[in-house]
Write a protein that binds this ligand. Structure first.
Ligand SMILES: [Zn+2]
Length: 238
């Protein structure tokens, strides 16, 4: 059964209640969760689940791409029983850094595309840092330094993000969303759109901050060459 993904509707939800659908060893499947699994290039949340008076640490969270079922891997789930109602809490400090770094990644990718015609080819957001891969024939570190300066200017604009759902046909009409949307399975009727007005718009299921000001200061860590036209940028937020 598909797990209802509460973070899609509220990235700031830190605690929630849910019903256990299944327990398999140390793996617990809930009917709904605020825990973000490892998906979309963003790391998973950690935290805990509490069943009656027993607390289990959530060490890892995974999603099954086909069934959309989310599995919480606990340190010890022996006290957890199918049908029980549990409380869940995510480790907010870690999650909030993921949200800030992920939103910063949107700004950098948008600037790289707008000013350098560089397309993002991959990436990974972890709590301490993020990396983004771009298709960029030139190797100049200055390009990335410039992109980070411009992304920080967008942070200073204190732009409020817009998050909304569009049906597939409407979403496909938006330039730039089309490619992403076509990658989605045909049974997806609604796409979640994340818009940073004036700079970026994407179909995206990840957690973001509400306002670009929350990102703080973006700082470049490292630029690597990963082949002829592939460049990898490492950055963090302070
Ligand atoms: Zn995003």
């Amino acid at each position: 059964m598909e797990t209802r993904q509460l973070y899609l509707f509220d990235s700031y939800m830190k605690e929630f209640e849910a019903k256990i659908q299944r327990v398999d060893g140390n793996e617990v499947v809930l009917d709904q969760t605020a825990f973000h699994p490892l998906t979309g290039g963003v790391a998973f949340d950690i935290g805990y689940l509490q069943d009656r008076d027993v607390t289990g640490a959530v060490l890892r969270v995974e999603i099954n791409r086909e069934t959309k079922e989310i599995t919480h891997v606990l340190d010890d789930a022996t006290a957890f029983k199918s049908g029980d109602t549990v409380k869940g809490a995510i480790t907010w400090e870690r999650r909030y850094r993921l949200m800030r770094l992920h939103t910063a990644a949107h700004l950098i990718a948008a600037v790289m595309y707008r000013d350098y015609d560089a397309r993002i080819t991959g990436g990974q957001v972890d709590p301490d840092q993020a990396k983004l891969d771009f298709n960029l024939p030139r190797t100049d570190r200055e390009i990335f330094e410039d992109a980070v300066v411009k992304a920080n200017m967008e942070v200073q604009k204190k732009t409020q993000l817009k998050i909304y759902f569009l049906n597939r046909d409407e979403a496909l009409k938006i330039p730039g969303v089309v490619k992403l949307a076509e990658r989605m399975p045909p049974d997806v009727k609604e796409l979640r759109i994340v818009e940073i007005p004036g700079i970026d718009l994407q179909a995206d299921g990840g957690p973001h901050v509400n306002n670009t000001a929350e990102i703080g200061e973006i700082s470049l860590l490292k630029v690597e060459n990963k082949g002829k036209t592939q460049r990898r940028l490492y950055f963090t937020v302070k």
